[in-house]
Write a protein that binds this ligand. Structure first.
Ligand SMILES: Cc1ncc(COP(=O)(O)O)c(C=O)c1O
Length: 397
């Protein structure tokens, strides 16, 4: 049977790291995969996470299975982050429920399976461009994928007119995937006023919002970044939110995420949760425990939470300082082009405007690895690699 299996191309993002690892040049720089690096170029375990792990190691009594939807304390902590402490959606047994999933990706796939097989959804709209895996996940679950306008290459900002034009064609029952903040790959987010318009328009069209929230705290702040979710939640009786704690807790390989559903009534919510559990059961059965336990420990302990919030602020500030240093470095390396838009983008990524050929030259001539779309991981820049990076970028411009 396997003789007829065709060789698949490498993953468009993770595959670049495979090539990077094979590159023997000592000066190579990897700005492809979305992983935070500190000033020394390392991806650290956050001190708040280390402390939570210490406590968990001392108190853990069993490796028994978790409930299919995870621990209730985890779900409650996730909903608090999403909707705010005062929200009636935080307490269990109401109109919202959370499934602990293997990463944000697991949450997206669970949402896709549930929507396609239990809720009758057929079509999903996603931004052009979007994170590479979005299309693949929803196609794998049987969805028809449509794209909505989002990015203007000319202004390096949001093409809000094009976005509204496309979303105006959404049909009742269509799912619309939105990035809560730190849009991947562009780093361009709607303003609060634009989010209100988006919510109004989608409500008018009868769409179901599905929010992907992979970078809470990396944009403006933990609360500020949730504003988009809260605006949509206020407008919609039904919505889904996928959370990832890979970046803001640095828990990449612990595969820690969640899918939260809000329904029109507690009855519809518990029926939906029962179906979500069926979808989880036939896929990964129940969630990996360790990352979720770390997140709950930190979020439910006042001191640890304060420490973690400080660590998120530090990561966000370092990325911003690298954005500013990159813009200044490009100018110092002699470019006449205006790259100030990079300072205004949010999150880990910068859509640099570099062409496929320029990306190819950066790799071949300088050992600098970025995604073909020109997306750079700003969080991979350091004071140490900045000068060489800027010189190489200006050389290929
Ligand atoms: C927009 C977006 N959604 C979801 C994810 C998935 O995150 P996780 O690693 O938690 O599965 C990522 C990770 O890169 C992402 O950028």
């Amino acid at each position: 049977m396997f003789e007829s299996v065709a060789l698949a191309p490498p993953d468009p993002i993770l595959g670049i790291t495979e090539s990077f690892n094979k590159d023997e040049r000592g000066t190579k720089i990897n700005l492809s995969v979305g992983v935070y690096k500190d000033a020394s170029g390392a991806t650290p375990v956050l001190p708040s996470v280390k402390e939570a792990e210490k406590r968990l190691l001392a108190s853990e009594k069993s490796k028994g299975y978790k409930p299919i939807d995870g621990d209730p304390a985890y779900g409650k902590a996730v909903r608090e982050l999403l909707f705010g402490k005062q929200s009636p959606l935080v307490a269990p047994g109401g109109r919202a429920a959370t499934c602990h999933t293997p990463g944000g990706t697991g949450g997206l796939r669970l949402a896709a399976d549930f929507l396609a097989t239990k809720a009758g959804a057929k079509r999903i709209w996603m931004s052009d461009p979007t994170w590479e895996n979005h299309q693949a996940i929803f196609r794998a679950a049987g969805f028809e994928v449509e794209k909505y306008g989002y990015y203007s290459a000319a202004s390096h900002g949001l093409d809000f007119t094009a976005m509204k034009e496309s979303l105006g064609q959404v049909k009742a029952g269509d799912v619309v995937l939105l990035h809560a903040c730190c849009h991947n790959p562009t780093g361009v987010d709607p303003t609060v006023a634009q989010w209100r318009e988006i919510a109004d328009l989608l409500a008018l069209r009868g769409a179901l919002p599905l929010v992907d929230f992979a970078y809470q705290g990396f944009g403006v702040g933990l609360e500020e970044d949730a504003e988009s979710v809260r605006i949509l939640e206020a407008k919609f009786d039904e919505l889904l939110v996928c959370s990832s704690f890979s970046k803001n807790f640095g828990l990449y390989n612990e595969r820690t995420g969640a899918l939260t559903i809000k329904a029109g009534s507690p009855e519809a919510c518990s029926a939906s949760l029962s179906q979500l559990k069926i979808c989880a059961r036939v896929n990964y059965s129940n969630p990996p425990a360790h990352g979720g336990a770390i997140v709950s420990t930190i979020l439910t302990d006042a001191d640890l939470r304060k420490q973690w919030e400080g660590e998120v602020t530090e990561m966000r500030a370092r990325i911003q300082s690298m954005r500013d240093a990159f813009v200044a470095g490009l100018a110092a390396a002699g470019t006449k082009q205006d790259f100030s838009f990079i300072s205004k983008q949010k999150g880990m990524f910068s859509f640099s405007g570099l062409s496929k050929d320029q990306v190819e030259r950066l790799k071949a001539e300088f050992g600098i690895y970025i995604v073909g779309s020109g997306r750079l991981n700003v969080a991979g820049m350091t004071q140490g690699n900045m000068a060489a990076l800027c010189k190489a970028v200006v050389a290929v411009l």
